[in-house]
Design a protein around this ligand. Structure first.
Ligand code: T1G
Length: 691
């Protein structure tokens, strides 16, 4: 199918029809090329092109990107549409993205419906617009709007597109409106390619390009496609259209085959493949959720559920707790109103669905409870006992614990099969990752409930097995441990942070700890004291920080000093403290460069992640990639931790870890999964547990 066509008198109708999002594959390109010939053979006076369903077209079919381009190429199809003597009108019924937008830009006229959006998000897939977007957009909407669309990939709403002159009109029924356009008026519209490129004085041009490049350097550091897109737009200003189109095409093809596009496509499809495992039973319908604990996490979870239209019973220990919880929810609601996500009536409706109480009986009717209380096993066990007594025996009980043993929590109640972990990430109403922890006794119905909630909340769900820290925090703990070793061996928090920001993290490990609070790591290390290998090198610097009250932002001092006003400043006292600890430990500090920092930290994470895969705590490398990108800031344009490891090559990774094993055989134990992949030549992504 892909393209259907019909006619009514001298009006031709062409419908892009490739469910679910009308992605433009070879069949659609061929169908469009045939439609041009058909319209000319029938001597129609116009063709109206629109999308089947709610989408106009989601762009080129990204699944085709791995293979060689297949004719007819989209730029050629759009040239045929644009130069045909039968003018085409794009009746934009929904999102028109990438190649979808480019089809519309090549049409003689564009009429947008209320749900229309026009965007050129190609850079989010590591490429640039490859079918005229870099040259046609600016001819219609001017340089600055085109640069913003292309460099940052954000779509324009129908209204914004109309105001930017990308569309001729906004109409409730764009197809009908296109039919009504006066033929003479339509024939007077100049084809886009014949419009002159934007004219601005040299200074204005220079300022526009400098501004977008400066913004990209901050927001898209390390990413190639956005900068190259700006270069192609700039080059096009002083080239013939055909020449500029050739440059665009060659740049697009080059980037399509590059590492960053492969990584970003991997993330795009991995995110969409993150769904409930096949075969789970239907989940109970969720109407009321109980949340235990109204602190940061509990309030965030509550707000997220209220925003879905669910009712929530937020439980606290006493009236003071109830007041604090209510205050936290009010703050989130006020933030939602301030950001325009909620109007006053919406805020009232949220409040109407919320009960805050210290009486667990208030939660008797909830289908699901999520415990988000203090990270203490004793506290959690008490709470689960109270939930067990107050709620229906088939209610699902979830813990939001970040590290603790879900099986131990489940053991304390009747019907432990209804217990699972739902590990949200702060802020819970914003961060998309949700680790769904599958306990030894967790039933399929409980898992199905977790995945159902994830889908409602539009989270990225990842199934995790039970171990200390599950997938993400276990990798993060190893990352911090290796960072502290580099610290005492010769580095500083800011050198390490800078090195990892240079790798693509928005924040390095020390700034992150200051944000979340050093006391969290301290509590986890105390919990692990009894089980830690006495021969394992232990770096006491972070403990000393906590003992000296340097807890991070909340104490105005941590690894950095926060004198007020939001910024962080380096604190020379930290270097003295580190040097002193190195002396106590008889460590001879040495210069450690950024490359070594990045390599050691990434290798530490890859090795730990490989063990997590080998132990079945994670189901796939794709899941580990989702956790590291959506939960811990691993650069998306590197494809996540394990995709990146495969890009580097397992053989090289194994060689480097073997060398580190010589230095410290206790901390560096090569994962059997990595050894197996190196031996068999199988990529991590293709590794499967033997037997
Ligand atoms: N190619 C292939 N499959 C796609 C796709 C695409 N462009 N877009 C979506 N899908 C699949 C997706 O994997 C999922 O599959 C299903 O459609 C529903 O998607 C030449 C080169 C349009 C806003 O970057 O932003 O054009 O999981 O879950 O939430 O210059 O999809 O069902 O098997 O996201 O309603 C540029 C990407 C391409 C837009 C709809 N276009 N897509 O969101 O559904 S490059 C994009 C989206 C290009 C040209 C260049 C969203 C959406 P499955 P979904 P949704």
């Amino acid at each position: 199918m892909s393209v259907t066509r019909s006619r009514d008198g001298l009006t031709g109708y062409v419908t892009l029809d490739n469910p679910p999002v009308n992605a433009i594959g070879r069949a659609m390109r061929a169908g469009l090329m045939e439609a041009v010939a058909w319209a000319e053979a029938e001597k129609l006076d116009r063709v109206i092109v629109t999308g089947a369903g709610k989408v106009f077209a989601a762009g080129a079919d990204a699944r085709e990107f791995d293979g060689a381009p297949l004719e007819p190429y989209l730029p050629d199809v759009l040239d045929a549409i644009e130069r045909s003597f039968v003018p085409w009108i794009a009746a934009i019924n929904g999102v028109a993205l990438g190649g979808g937008a480019e089809i519309a830009l090549a049409c003689r006229m564009r009429i947008a419906g209320p749900r229309a959006q026009i965007g050129l998000p190609e850079v989010t897939l590591g490429v640039i617009p490859g079918a005229g977007g870099t040259q046609r957009a600016m001819r219609l909407c001017g340089l600055e709007t085109a640069l913003e669309m292309i460099a940052f990939g954000k779509p324009l709403s129908a209204r914004a597109a109309r105001d930017a002159k990308l569309v001729y009109a906004l109409e409730d029924d764009p197809v009908e409106a296109a039919f009504m356009v006066n033929t003479e008026e339509l024939l007077c519209v100049v084809p886009t390619w014949e419009l002159p490129p934007p004219e601005m004085d040299a200074a204005a041009f220079a300022a526009a390009f400098a501004a977008v490049r400066a913004k990209l350097a901050k927001r898209s550091a390390g990413q190639v496609a956005p900068m190259r897109a700006v270069d192609v737009v700039e080059a096009g200003l002083s080239m013939e259209f055909a020449e500029a189109m050739a440059l665009e095409r060659s740049t697009f093809l080059e980037l399509k085959g590059g590492e960053q596009s492969r990584a970003l496509r991997h993330m795009f499809f991995s995110e969409r493949a993150a769904k409930a495992p096949a075969g789970l039973p239907a989940a109970p319908e969720l109407t009321q959720i109980a949340v235990v604990g109204g602190g940061t996490m509990g309030a965030g979870i509550t707000y997220a559920c209220l925003s879905l239209g669910l009712s929530v019973v937020l439980l606290e220990t006493d009236s003071d707790g109830v007041d604090r919880a209510r205050h936290n929810i009010d703050a989130l609601i006020a933030q939602g109103v301030k950001r325009g996500r909620l109007d006053d009536s919406g805020a009232e409706a949220l409040r109407a669905r919320l009960v805050v109480s210290d009486d667990y009986d208030a939660a008797a009717g909830a289908e699901l409870a999520i415990e988000a209380a203090f990270e203490s096993m004793a506290v959690k066990k008490q709470i689960f006992a109270k939930l067990d007594a107050a709620m229906s025996p088939d209610a699902i009980l979830a813990t939001n614990t970040s590290y603790l043993d879900v099986d131990e929590i489940a053991a304390g109640i009747k019907h432990p099969s209804r217990v699972l972990g739902l590990h949200f990430f702060a802020p819970a109403h914003i961060m998309r990752l949700l680790e769904i922890v599958n306990g030894a006794q967790t039933s399929e119905r409980a898992l199905a409930t977790g995945f159902a909630l994830a889908k409602l909340l539009k989270k990225v769900p990842v199934l995790a097995g039970v171990c200390d820290g599950f997938i993400g925090n276990r990798i993060y703990t190893r990352y911090k441990e290796e960072a502290d070793i580099l610290l005492i061996d010769g580095s500083t928090p800011w050198d390490i942070d800078e090195a990892m920001e240079g790798f693509g993290y928005a924040m390095g490990p020390y700034e992150v700890q200051d944000l979340s609070g050093l006391d969290i790591g301290f509590a986890n290390r105390r919990r692990q004291d009894a089980s830690r290998d006495p021969n394992r090198r232990y770096i006491p610097i972070a403990d000393r920080m906590v003992n000296e009250g340097r807890l991070g932002r909340k104490a105005s001092v941590g690894w950095y000093r926060y004198p007020g006003g939001g910024g962080k400043v380096l604190d020379p006292l930290i270097e003295d403290l580190i040097t002193e600890e190195a002396r106590f430990a008889k460590v001879k500090r040495r210069e450690i460069g950024a490359d070594e920092i990045r390599e050691r930290l990434v290798l530490a994470m890859v090795n730990e992640a490989a063990d997590i895969l080998g132990e079945g705590i994670a189901q796939s490398t794709r899941d580990i990639d989702l956790v590291t990108v959506f939960g811990y800031g691993f650069p998306r344009w590197r494809g996540g931790l394990m995709h990146y490891a495969d890009t580097v090559g397992v053989a090289q990774i194994v060689e480097k870890i073997r060398a580190l094993e010589v230095v410290d055989p206790v901390i560096w134990k090569l994962s059997p999964v990595l050894a197996d992949c190196a031996e068999t030549g199988v990529a991590l992504a293709d590794w499967s547990k033997p037997g």
